[in-house]
Ligand binder design. Structure first.
Ligand SMILES: Cc1cc2nc3c(=O)[nH]c(=O)nc-3n(C[C@H](O)[C@H](O)[C@H](O)COP(=O)(O)OP(=O)(O)OC[C@H]3O[C@@H](n4cnc5c(N)ncnc54)[C@H](O)[C@@H]3O)c2cc1C
Length: 382
């Protein structure tokens, strides 16, 4: 039990999940997740809507937008039960954890009424249009632009690495709306429909052989003048708020998944004899200890403050997970170098290894997190 958890809440969640994952959703168990987003998308979308219909999405949102105003402790308890039940990876997580909280923080009442309910019900999926070919870590260099024309924003430019754009209905796009403006000034945070004319999505194949992120081309794509979050020109502040959500509380739920992966690594180490190797044993124990530290840190962070702490959490979990991927390869021995089966499918540990290379890049690379911690927490010079 997590400190502050509502008595009985966890049990209620557990019972509901157990029941719901029988019957038509039994086949959805364990589907999806990093490197496996292609698995069972339609079934997982139906699951998302089933969750929403029964009030198990967006738990932390206020009641008037369909949430339960659940405490962080209760949200974490739900995430733990969700992972324990082996429920499928959520298809609506970008809406629930990134743009939803940002709409709650910066949106007008009208925007909240328009955008929050379809996210909560699993009816509209979102993607994040920040990175561009020449603006990744240096996000203030974005060049995608938009101008107002006939009561609509007209958007032109290119985004890249846009996760799940191929299934998204909407994209939150950081773009330049004041011609000639520089860096953080003159940017706006637009909400742009993905299915209209002027939007082209091209998948990018990843190391895992699957394709979860995309290039997105906006060529005169349109969105209503009112679909700007925060004031026009104030998009940088809004965009940074989204990043705090991405690096912070939304990662609380992933730790049971990590625990399960570590268990699979340990199990393989026993089977292959790697667990008898003193150096690998040491690495396994260290991975276990550090995962405990991660959980204690997450509990310590159960508060509203998501400043540099969010960067500490992001740096810690992503570096840990990448090392776990390397360990997953090491315990397999030579077999880890060979794809399984005639079709050359990756096994779970190979996939873990390959996809975890991305963890220290997305949501801000490790170097960028270290810069933030150095400057804002430790007060070191730039
Ligand atoms: C799996 C995955 C999913 C992603 N999903 C999305 C998404 O949905 N939407 C989206 O907008 N983006 C997404 N991204 C993009 C991600 O945010 C960027 O890749 C990331 O911000 C780094 O930018 P970049 O790739 O342009 O690298 P660069 O910024 O070119 O960085 C290259 C290297 O230089 C280092 N570096 C750069 N600047 C500094 C500095 N000031 N100090 C020290 N080192 C520095 C970096 O750490 C890195 O090692 C995703 C990326 C991945 C891998």
């Amino acid at each position: 039990m997590i400190p502050g958890e509502t008595p009985g809440f966890r049990e209620q969640a557990r019972a509901w999940l157990e029941e719901a994952l029988r019957g038509e959703f039994a086949a959805a168990r364990g589907l999806g997740g990093p490197g496996r987003e292609h698995e069972g998308h339609d079934l997982r979308l139906a699951w998302e809507r089933h969750l929403g219909a029964h009030g198990w999405t967006c738990l932390g949102w206020p009641g008037r937008y369909g949430g339960r105003a659940a405490s962080l402790a209760d949200q974490m308890a739900f995430h733990e039960e969700y992972a324990r039940a082996d429920a499928p990876a959520r298809v609506g997580h970008i809406g629930e954890t990134l743009v939803g909280p940002t709409v709650l923080e910066f949106g007008s009442e009208e925007q909240k009424e328009r955008f929050l309910p379809p996210i909560r019900r699993g009816e509209e999926l979102w993607c994040q249009g920040y990175s561009e070919p020449d603006a990744g870590s240096d996000l203030a260099a974005v060049r995608t632009s938009a101008r107002l024309e006939g009561g609509e924003w007209v958007v032109t430019g290119q985004k890249v690495w846009t996760s799940l754009a191929h299934v998204a209905d909407w994209c939150f796009v950081l773009c330049r709306t004041e011609p000639g403006s520089r860096r953080h000034h003159g940017l706006s945070y637009l909400l742009v429909p993905m299915r209209g004319p002027g939007v082209t999505v091209r998948p990018i194949t990843q190391l895992t052989g699957t394709s979860e992120f995309n290039e997105v081309f906006f060529d005169g794509a349109r969105t209503a003048a009112g679909n700007v979050l925060g004031a026009p020109g104030d998009g940088w502040r809004v965009a940074m708020a989204t990043l705090r959500h991405e690096r912070g509380a939304s990662t609380l739920g992933q730790q049971l998944g990590f625990r399960r992966e570590l268990a699979a690594v340990i199990e393989t180490a026993r089977r292959t004899g790697a667990a008898d190797d003193p150096v690998l044993r040491d690495r396994l124990v260290r991975a276990w200890l550090e995962l405990e530290v991660m959980r204690l840190n997450a509990l310590r962070m159960l508060g509203p403050d998501q400043g540099p702490e969010a960067s500490i959490a992001k740096l810690y979990w992503s570096e840990w997970h990448r090392r776990l991927g390397e360990l997953a390869q090491a315990v397999q021995g030579k077999a880890g170098l060979v794809k399984a089966g005639l079709v050359g499918e990756l096994n779970e540990l190979q996939r873990l290894y390959l996809f975890s290379r991305a963890d220290t890049i997305y949501a801000g690379s490790s170097e960028i997190q270290r810069n933030i911690i150095a400057e804002r927490t430790l007060g070191l010079p730039r």
